[in-house]
Design a protein around this ligand. Structure first.
Ligand code: NAD
Length: 505
């Protein structure tokens, strides 16, 4: 899939996957899918319009009764076959993800694709563990039980940074729980969502259970969120767009799951393993060229380690190899687009006015100049309330600040609107224990930063949103709980009728 002609051929019929077949959008507007490493267009397709969204929602609504009525075992079998189909397609998926996003091929092969296959395998198992909680005679006259039911048609919207994994995180728990879904990938990164849907179809997922609309946020996205036949909106993206999505979803009283932006702190106490912290910070800041909602973005380092940390990170960043994403030795690929690269460069240029760029802070020249590349960048000397410390940059940029007391380090770490992820580095179990309690984020790592696993939830606090992806916790989003109450007395005139009939018996 690394050849332009192959992509064009594969999606010749269009980039919408509705009711089990690929078709063209009908918006009358086209979108270029661009390889960010070269700036070349690899596919031009017609965007989904509101009519295509309507068709996809109708297909999902038609497929819902049968899919919701399938046994957990039947859904599980399909998901096991889906995991196997994704494994067969692993090489193609990795190549398409690298081509579309500029990800180094070793990242696509060792993280995005295996993570997606593992998620499918996890939800194949989890589908059989959906259960209601209680069956008891709480009133004495009734047996109460809980039914856990799918919500209906889910409308999901995904970002461009991990298109394949975001499709997996949105789709798998939803369909494992018996919902049907319409997924809108980011319009610039539709390729692997479409391949994902095709693998599902090969695995026997009934037509209409999973539909992909490749469309723009303003029209296809908003139409999907506001659609009266969509029961739930699950959105991953920026906090700004998440607020707009919440407004529309609230207007139609939809269940809402929001995975939004992040600005993860990385807190290094003075007894930390310096080598581990330096390597962890560079890897945690640069993964996916920093376009990761949980990336390490703000390193707070206790004063005794501060200078050594700054020079260690700067030296290590300088060894990171930028290059062709398909070269197995490339460590860092381009950003998703030239627009995103220029946005990141804008943050750094403004920061020069109030802070020091220790290393990086520029786009490479020569062969790489045509791609959306930007050098790994370390910034020191910025104030806590400055833009570079407070705003999500979504690029290979780490800011480092010193702190004195543990109280101060933890307070600074919590001092942004976001609360998606955080890490603390120390050899002292009491310090790290305190950090796990006081860092206000959906995930806290101790002596590491970034790893995720299918069995554990991912989701934010504060302006990073609410609800969980992955793990059995995600079923809380994608199911509704129904209380069922059986009379077990067989008595026609119930005791509580006294409240109506009084002493007439
Ligand atoms: P974005 O918010 O610009 O777009 C996300 C999606 O929303 C895209 O599909 C886009 O087309 C769509 N969209 C845009 N405007 C819309 C509208 N008015 N109505 C409906 N949909 C609309 O985000 P992005 O730039 O694609 O992705 C980067 C952002 O995603 C970052 O903020 C990052 O932190 C966040 N993110 C969060 C998580 C998480 O799990 N919390 C994971 C990955 C990315």
């Amino acid at each position: 899939m690394d050849q332009r002609s192959e992509v064009t051929e594969r999606f010749a019929e269009g980039a919408q996957f509705i009711a089990g077949s690929l078709r063209s959008g009908t918006s009358g507007r086209t979108q270029d899918v661009v390889d960010p490493a070269t700036g070349e267009t690899v596919l031009r397709y017609e965007l989904s319009g509101t009519g295509d969204v309507d068709a996809a929602v109708a297909a999902a609504a038609r497929a819902f009764p049968a899919w919701a009525g399938a046994t957990p075992g039947e859904r599980s079998d399909t998901l096991h076959r889906f995991a196997a189909a994704l494994a067969e397609d692993a090489a193609d998926l990795a190549a398409a993800e690298s081509l579309n996003c500029g990800k180094p091929i070793k990242l696509s092969k060792e993280f995005d694709v295996p993570g997606t296959i593992d998620n499918a395998a996890f939800f194949a198992g989890a589908a059989r563990h959906l259960e209601g909680k209680a069956a008891a005679e709480y009133s004495g006259d009734h047996t109460s039980m809980i039914r856990r039911e799918p919500v209906g048609v889910v409308g999901s919207i995904a970002p461009w940074n991990y298109p394949l994994q975001m499709a997996a995180w949105k789709v798998l728990p939803a369909i494992a729980a018996g919902n049907t879904i319409v997924l809108k990938p980011a319009e610039i990164t539709p390729l692997t969502s479409l391949l994902f849907a095709q693998a599902a179809q090969r695995a026997g997922l009934p037509d209409g259970v999973l539909n992909i609309v490749s469309g723009a946020g303003r029209d296809a996205g908003e139409h999907l969120v506001g659609h009266p036949d969509v029961a739930m909106t699950s959105f991953t993206g920026s906090t700004a767009v998440g607020k707009r999505v919440a407004e529309i979803a609230t207007g139609t009283v939809k269940r809402l799951h929001l995975e939004l932006g992040g600005k993860a702190p990385f807190v290094v106490f003075d007894d930390a393993d310096l080598e581990a912290a330096v390597h962890g910070a560079v890897a945690g800041a640069l993964i996916n060229t920093g376009q990761d909602c949980t990336a390490a973005t703000r390193a707070y380092v206790q004063r005794p380690l501060y200078d050594a940390f700054v020079s260690g990170v700067a030296d290590l960043m300088a060894t990171v190899r930028l290059g062709d994403p398909f070269d197995p030795s490339t460590d860092l690929g381009p950003l998703i687009s030239h627009t995103q690269r220029d946005r990141v460069a804008g943050f750094v240029e403004r920061a020069r006015g109030y802070a020091t760029v220790v290393t990086g802070g520029e786009a490479p020249q020569g062969e790489l100049a045509k791609g959306a590349y930007y050098r790994p960048t370390l910034i020191a000397g910025a104030a806590q309330d400055s833009e570079i410390v407070q705003s999500e940059i979504f690029g290979p940029v780490l800011v480092v600040l010193p702190f004195d007391s543990d109280d101060e380090g933890l307070a600074l770490a919590n001092d942004t609107p976001y609360g998606l992820a955080a890490s603390a580095w120390s050899r002292d179990v009491y310090r790290t224990g305190r950090a796990t309690r006081e860092l206000n984020a959906g995930c806290v790592w101790i002596n590491d930063h970034i790893p995720i696993i299918s069995e554990m939830p991912h989701g934010g606090a504060k302006a990073s949103g609410f609800g969980k992806d992955m793990s059995a916790y995600s079923f809380e989003e994608y199911t509704q709980v129904k209380h069922v109450m059986y009379d077990i007395t067989g008595v026609a005139r119930k005791d509580w009728h006294r409240t109506i009939f009084g002493d007439r018996g």
